[in-house]
Design a protein around this ligand. Sequence first.
Ligand code: ZN
Length: 497
Amino acid sequence: MAYFRLFYLFFPGFLVLILLSLGAAPDARATDEGPRLPEPVEEPEQGHRGYGTRLWESRGRLRNSSMLAPREAFARAAAVLEHFGVPREPEPQDSLDDLQGSQTASRLATRARSLDLGGKFASYSSVTPELLEIFQDADSREVPDFLARLAPEGAVPFDKDFHLRIRRASLSNAPEQPLAGLRIALDPGHMGGAPWDERSGKFVRDRKGNRLSEGLLVLQLARLLEQEFTARGAEVLITHRSLAPVSPIPYESFDLRPMALEELRESVPRDWFRRLLSAAPAGAALFDAFSSSPEFRALFSESRRWRYFFQRADLEARAATIRDFAPDLTLVLHLDAAPPAGDPTGVNPRGYNRTKAYVAGGFFADELATRAQRRDFARHLLDEHAWNASVSLSGTIVGQIRSQLGIPLETSGMGNSLPVRPGVFARNLNVQRRITGSATSYLECLYYNDPAEFSALRRYTRTLEIDGVAHGYSERLVQLATAVRDGVLEFVRGYSN
Ligand SMILES: [Zn+2]
């Protein structure tokens, strides 16, 4: 930290003189039809090479529900958070240590196009050829958050450990042990069976009452992959080997309040929060405006229990398990569904089956409000090896699923996402956002409520014991595991990042 403070003192002029390109870049916002598919390893475009004038510029001004100046809005928001007992966030600076000096300013600008869907990061940051500086207050940029030292232009991003291990595996492993020396984390999505399927809605049933549980299918898939990867020399972690949640907290009785306060912190850039900030200066009248608003009260209501448990407690527990394992490759395993109208868990009579994968990115404008969110964004921005490796890994896996199972690549990433290459999209998904320093792929392998897929996946020919019960599974699931395995092997064999 001291280093950066010194640096900051000696080079204040750079901070204002030289701004870098971001703003001119993207209309890469389109997600739905006819997306542009940029190359995965991006080179700076001509127009961004030089340091022009208004270059590092926010595209994503939030709709201005309050007419407050940025500085006043920040001060009022801080007072509200403090008043309601939102704990201070830890200093993020130390968690950037391994990425200091890893990236050049011009490559940052290029890479930001896949990460910064809302175009908002620039309003929290400034960049010079030497330094990326992040602030806690959007637009006014007066309250420091953290700093990243940049590499000189022309420098090659330095080699990360996981990158060297994959390269070594690619170059020198014996053909029958192609994954030796690699650590692979598998995160089967959701929970499965009773009562979790009903709580999460992550199951499909046909008119006769036949069912498939996404949580069970992807756990079986993870177990099959574990056998395949272990047999080829990898060390494998599965985030959960039971159908139960990963988080140990009790679903029915955990205290909502700490998570509600986290949710309040993340709500600062949302319309309702910004509108309320206009009610009064920091003080009793402002706090009353919040505590009596329906949006504020909803954060603390029982109706949030499900969401806080699944989207906060359980996903954070998974991410922490993966981080502790320090994997070289991480696969987050899911199946998708396109529910027919009015029947959220029904088989889709029209039939729809596609495969796709996500990499980190696609941060929306209101997803940079907290220090943790900005730290995660910056880590993905600086860790070019991991992002490029994630794109290639995702590409080889969906390619194998397409060719081996005959499932077309999806052309839209849904939600707030950006196309990266055919079948691969950048999207800010919860577990993946928190994992850096490895190649990660968040797979939506296929649509399990497609009628043909549903029947094939239900044609059980084998069993696997989970939680002491022998659960049936199909040749189709074995076929899927084989395709995912081959995608991983293709990625490692051809690794050239
Ligand atoms: Zn899922």
